[in-house]
Design a protein around this ligand. Structure first.
Ligand code: B12
Length: 433
């Protein structure tokens, strides 16, 4: 059931009667925009403006109007080439993000994009996800985060998808919203954005079964409830990296919860404090938080509306991002490192330079004993993702992966960004999510 918009009681200030969208209220003011500069610099001065990993960065910069026309033209031209050359090997969510980035707004004349071909390919990749779920105990080829991106892009770019199927698979109780039985706020937020899009496109359509639409309404309501239940004392939604997309989900779904359930200014102010303390150093992390701070959501993607170009010129670097590897002169620290497979634990103590990240420890251990500590990593939009350890490979069909822990605690950062401390007990554990 939907919340009704009740007028505030007599005595409240007149301006509170003016309906204002959450995104407008929460948007960073003009005077405070300089606070966002570190995010923009992180995104622009990274090699993530190249390759398929650029999709989220490009989407974010274009939605926020942070590029000038030349930069936009240059980046889009480069990105089209990337998409063309990699398209068959892209996952469904990567292709969906690429479509959202290319069609975020109407770019410079002279660039033509064949959306119908891309959308057709996405329809096929989405079908393959569903087929995989049917064949493998409900597990998609990738994740529900990606399936949500798929539905969002198909919905915004007039692709085909089945509304009854969407209503069926996006039930909030589905295991794919959970990792280790913990609700994934990122996944829930992306699903809300997709479902709100589907819901708004079907408003007033007679041919859609009202039962499916009621179910979708119910899913949105329950997902929002779950997202809000992950609100922390200081207003973050889930953790720092899920907050941006959760804010977007809450912006577009204000009809589904009571206004007093979320003080968006508190969330925004905590995020601004985090930025001033150096958070969001990774381009993808910066890209996920920026749209919400500009009062934008992925539902603002519109290929027919002209791009807004910023007057600021940001220098675009083609260099690799500054490496987190500490200087050779840094003092050495000792850390414990273990590979855990079921009940078997192989442990080693390694010395690494102070300031090293988890990955450096894994590399050192591999150097010292390749038989026990060999591993492989794959470059992703969040940095290196550990795919195999001792030849054992993560697999989405049986929901297995290599989990990273420090001192027994599940880490909320990856191997390439978690800075280790002397005496840490680091672990990669063969786990099921
Ligand atoms: C799905 C998912 C997973 C799945 C991935 C497998 C699958 N079924 O797809 C599982 C549950 C296995 C997983 C594991 C981890 N995850 Co995860 N994951 C996500 C989620 C919800 C969606 C990723 C996605 O599909 N993106 C869309 C596609 C199009 O982009 P992509 O770059 O091609 O996606 C790939 C990578 O994102 C990669 N991946 C997933 N998680 C992580 C984490 C890191 C650090 C890296 C480098 C890569 C990576 O898997 C995707 C498929 O290949 C994101 C949320 C988000 N906002 O992105 C969190 C998220 C990326 N994960 C996160 C973390 C911390 C982890 C772990 C490090 C947790 C841990 N302690 O072990 C591990 C990775 C360990 C390792 N082996 O390197 C954080 C990263 C934060 C950060 N600052 O680094 C995020 C942002 C969640 C959050 N809000 O905290 N994850």
């Amino acid at each position: 059931m939907r919340q009704s918009h009740q007028l505030p009681l007599v005595g409240l200030l007149l301006f509170s009667l003016i309906p204002r969208q959450q995104c407008e209220i929460c948007k960073v003011s003009k005077e405070n925009k300089t606070a966002l500069k570190p995010l923009i610099h992180t995104m622009i001065n990274s090699n993530y403006t190249k390759g398929i990993q650029a999709a989220k960065v490009l989407l974010s910069l274009r939605l926020g109007g942070f590029l000038n026309q030349n930069q936009d033209q240059h980046l889009i031209e480069q990105f089209i080439l990337t998409v063309r050359s990699t398209e068959p090997s892209l996952t469904s969510g990567q292709l969906a993000l690429a479509i959202l980035a290319l069609g975020a707004c109407k770019g410079p004349d002279g660039i033509s994009i064949n959306y119908s071909e891309l959308v057709g390919d996405l329809e096929n990749k989405f079908q393959a996800e569903i087929k995989n779920m049917e064949d493998h105990d409900g597990n998609p080829l990738t994740s529900y985060y990606q399936l949500s991106l798929d539905v969002l892009a198909l919905c915004l770019f007039s692709g085909n998808y089945s509304i009854p199927k969407v209503a069926e698979i996006f039930k909030p109780g589905n295991k794919n919203y959970y990792f280790h039985e913990q609700f994934s706020v990122d996944t829930g937020a992306m699903a809300v954005l997709a479902l709100i899009c589907v819901r708004s496109k079907t408003r007033g359509q007679n041919q859609t079964d009202t039962k499916d639409l009621d179910n979708i309404d119910n899913h949105i309501k329950l997902l929002i409830r779950k997202i809000l239940s992950q609100k922390t004392e200081n207003g973050l939604l889930g953790n720092i990296d899920s907050t941006g997309e959760a804010m977007q989900a809450l912006f577009v779904s204000s009809d589904y919860y009571n206004k007093n359930q979320w003080v968006c200014q508190k969330t925004r102010d905590t995020v601004l404090t985090e930025i001033s303390q150096g958070a969001f150093r990774m381009p993808t992390a910066a890209a996920q938080i920026l749209p919400a701070l500009m009062g934008k959501t992925y539902l603002d993607v519109n290929k027919d509306s002209s791009c807004v170009y910023g007057s600021d010129t940001f220098h675009i670097s083609t260099q690799k991002p500054i490496s987190v590897t500490p200087a050779d002169s840094a003092p050495q620290i000792k850390v414990n490192y273990s590979v855990v497979i079921h009940n078997a634990k192989d442990r080693i103590v390694v010395s690494v330079a102070d300031g090293s990240v988890f990955l450096n420890v894994m590399e050192q251990a591999q150097k010292e004993n390749a038989a026990l500590f060999s591993f492989t990593a794959e470059e992703t939009s969040w940095g290196p993702y550990i795919t195999t350890v001792r030849g054992i490979k993560a697999n989405t069909n049986d929901r297995t992966y290599w989990e990273l822990l420090s001192n027994g605690k599940h880490l909320s950062k990856g191997a390439g960004s978690y800075v280790v401390h002397a005496g840490d007990d680091l672990e990669v554990r063969w786990s099921t999510y």
